[in-house]
Design a protein around this ligand. Structure first.
Ligand SMILES: N[C@@H](CCC(=O)N[C@@H](CS)C(=O)NCC(=O)O)C(=O)O
Length: 210
């Protein structure tokens, strides 16, 4: 299977799909377009005007990172989303990770508005979501290499991606309060799929003191 992925390198939702493609060894063509690029084609493919968008090898167009990963998963072996009892656990971690990304994006966009138009309470609410979700993950994580079962799943992908995105766009010291979760992330971050898909500029953030 060869698929075509639309989206830009700094988008966490696009990166989520890139990590899944790499973990599953699926070949893909990457059209690096952002919905804000002049003359881009995203809205012709996705009426919501968002990336990622995936064109399948039989010409279907899918959007939303979660749905795209579900499609890729059922069309290739080595499931990221297991069947049976662990499935709900994995999907809950996915919801948590996606929520952290959503809050971090919302916070970032608010901080990019003109200072007089920014809402401090809106920013604080997003930061509280991130803090609560990190604390929840720290309590739920069992000190093992993987969050659910004995192998890498969408749970690890979603939380690892989310925590790295927090480091990238809302860098702050969450590690000193949650050293176990920090240790877990350090393990996940060494995977090829994570190392090879870092957004441009991420190296500088990771080198900076946390
Ligand atoms: N729930 C969607 C969110 C996708 C999303 O918000 N993508 C951003 C890029 S980081 C986007 O395309 N934003 C452009 C816009 O909303 O106009 C997913 O998981 O794919």
């Amino acid at each position: 299977m060869i698929v075509k992925l639309y989206g830009h390198a700094t988008s966490p939702y696009v990166r989520k799909v890139r990590i899944a493609l790499r973990e599953k060894n699926i070949r893909f063509e990457w059209a690096q377009e952002a919905p804000s690029d002049p003359g881009n084609h995203i809205a012709d493919l996705n009426p919501l005007g968002k990336v990622p968008v995936l064109e399948t090898d039989d010409g279907r167009v899918l959007f939303d990172s979660g749905l795209i990963i579900e499609y890729l998963d059922t069309h290739s072996p080595e499931r990221l989303i297991p069947e049976g009892e662990p499935r709900q656990k994995v999907l809950l971690w996915h919801v948590l990770g996606s929520g952290v990304v959503d809050a971090t994006v919302a916070r970032l966009l608010e901080t990019r508005r003109a200072p007089t138009q920014q809402s401090a309470s809106f920013i604080a609410r997003q930061e509280e979501k991130v803090a609560r979700a990190i604390a929840w993950a720290d309590r739920a994580e069992k000190g093992r290499a993987y969050l659910v079962g004995e192998r890498f799943t969408l749970a690890d992908l979603a939380l690892g991606l989310a925590l790295e995105y927090v480091d990238f766009r809302y860098p702050h010291d969450w590690r000193s309060e949650h050293p176990r979760l920090a240790h877990w992330l350090a393990g996940i971050s060494t995977r090829g799929a994570f190392a090879e898909t870092q957004p441009p500029g991420m190296e500088k953030v990771l080198d900076a003191p946390h």
